[in-house]
Structures are given as C-alpha cells and as structure tokens.
Design a protein. Structure first.
Length: 88
C-alpha cells in the first residue's frame, strides 16, 4: 500500500473571488445548478447590530428565555424587541 502524502496547504495559492464567481457560473451553465448563498443576508449599516455586554437581573433573563421558548426564537431577540418597544 503506498504511503499517504498530505497536501501542502501552506504552499497552495488562494482562489480569488473572481475565480470563485467564474466557477459558479460554469457550474450553472454546464449543470443548471444554482448555488445559493448560505448564512445570514448582508445588512446595511443602519440595520447592523452592535455587540454589547450588559448585566441583567436573573428574573429578566428567565422571562426572556420562557417567552423565547414559547415563540421559538432566541431570548436575545425577545430582549431586543422589548427594548425597541420602549424606545419608540
């Protein structure tokens, strides 16, 4: 059995965004497969969330988590919605 050789990733060149786009277009033309972008959609500057650290009472966290479980969303979403309601 031949000895397994690892690929030298440190010496491999990076693929440019233009090459990625060209490959996606070639796959689309040849096979008719649309590549869909994964992940969250890109937000503009006014919609981006800012990361903060805040201390909240355990009762607030418990309330938010129970509401989140009922609605099937994250508890941070519940806190954000409540704060947005107060700000308007």
């Amino acid at each position: 059995m031949p000895k397994r050789v690892e690929f030298p990733f440190a010496h491999a060149r990076r693929i440019s965004p233009e090459e990625v786009l060209a490959a996606e277009q070639a796959i689309q033309e040849q096979f008719g497969i649309n590549s869909t972008r994964r992940g969250r959609p890109i937000k503009n500057e006014t919609e981006k969330y800012q990361s903060v650290s805040i201390r909240l009472h355990p009762k607030v966290i418990a309330w938010a988590k129970s509401e989140a479980e009922k609605r099937g969303v994250g508890y941070q979403t519940i806190i954000n919605e409540a704060l947005l309601k107060l700000s308007t």
